[in-house]
Write a protein that binds this ligand. Structure first.
Ligand code: NAP
Length: 324
């Protein structure tokens, strides 16, 4: 663990030097943003946000805090008490933190998860930038716009839920959820039809013919399971690739490795656009940055820091799970 932390620090300082930036000294006026998770040691967010603050010359700093579940309420109160700018929230606190906030956006409320808290004059506002970050990444990388489209999501966990709600609130015509645990897929589909403006949400079983039909008619296909993620890069979704159609956009949320086996297999179909999870990781951070600073995020600097960190460290260091 110490080795990782030292390497992260060395990596960050070397990168800053390489790009001609300097680590901001902490002054009496330094504003603090943070990350609450449990654990947080492997987060990418400090690299990305501190590079952005440094690049823009902002007297801000981003600090990870390992917050045990029983301390979450106190930690949320500390955001107010310490006058922090805001915090990111990661596993396992995304759902529970909602209880300790003054206001939560409608999308985050429906998704039941907040990943960004902003402290505005002592009032704590909760946002979910995962879904919005996903859509912004998709727009930048593939020019995909959700309005009137049919989307298929494989997976019904936290990431799938945030994205499904964002898609449903952004005008998609149909969302189909396919999940190993079918009841969980049904619960998410019900949530969408009951609480969002989406016209239709249905489900399919991973092994059923309806999955193939859903693949054929979807304009956007999202792989939202951890299959293929380091260190199990060989694991791959059992997917009916032969039903893919030219023009479809296919996204794997896994960001390490940046190109999964699922992405490689899907790319063999001519005319499909395939993308991975790095963009979502980047843009959920960029949106949080914009909420905290009111400034446009220096996305290319954040992307560069993230990409270099991913390339240099993640696949080599250890077998632990990296988190946002
Ligand atoms: P989660 O809440 O634990 O949900 C995992 C989902 O994957 C569940 O639907 C689960 O199905 C399914 N699943 C797990 N193992 C499976 C297997 N062997 N076969 C079929 N389905 C399987 O996780 P999450 O937070 O949603 O994250 C999902 C993936 O998205 C992870 O790889 C994560 O790294 C990635 N992610 C990426 C970003 C980004 O910024 N790019 C952000 C968030 C998450 P059951 O319900 O049947 O268990």
């Amino acid at each position: 663990m110490l080795l990782i932390q030292r390497q992260q620090k060395d990596y960050f300082q070397n990168s800053l030097r390489k790009w001609g930036f300097y680590l901001l000294a902490v002054s009496g006026a330094t504003r603090v943003c943070g990350l609450f998770g449990y654990p947080v040691e492997h987060s990418f967010s400090p690299i990305m946000h501190n590079a952005a603050f440094s690049f823009l010359g902002l007297d801000f700093i981003y600090v990870p805090y390992c917050v045990a579940p029983e301390e979450l309420e106190s930690a949320a109160r500390a955001v107010r008490a310490l006058g922090m700018v805001g915090v990111n929230i990661t596993i396992p606190h995304k759902e529970k933190v909602c209880y300790y906030l003054d206001e939560v956006t409608p999308g985050a409320k429906i998704a039941g998860a907040v990943n960004t808290v902003v402290n505005k004059k002592g009032k704590l506002y909760g946002y979910n930038t995962d879904g919005a970050g996903f859509l912004r990444a998709l727009r930048e990388e593939t020019a995909f716009l959700p309005d009137g489209k049919a989307a298929l999501i494989v997976g019904a966990g936290g990431a799938a839920r945030s994205i499904a709600v964002e898609l449903a609130m952004s005008g998609v015509r149909l969302v189909t959820i396919v999940n190993r645990n079918h009841e969980r897929a049904q619960a998410l589909a019900n949530l969408l039809t009951e609480q969002t403006p989406v016209k239709k949400a249905d489900t399919a079983r991973l092994t059923g013919a309806e999955f193939k039909e859903a693949v054929k008619r979807a304009e956007l296909i999202i792989q939202a399971t951890p299959l293929g993620m380091y260190p199990n890069e060989d694991a791959c979704l059992d997917f009916p690739y032969e039903y893919l159609q030219p023009g479809q956009v296919i996204c794997d949320l896994v960001y390490n490795p940046p190109a999964t086996q699922f992405m490689k297999n899907a790319s063999l179909t001519e005319g499909v656009k395939v993308t991975g999870g790095v963009g979502m990781l980047l843009y959920q951070g960029a949106l949080a940055f914009e909420h905290w600073t009111g400034l446009q995020a220096p996305v290319e600097i954040m992307r560069k820091s993230l990409q270099e960190f991913l390339d240099a460290q993640v696949t080599e260091l250890n077998n632990d799970h990296y988190i946002l």
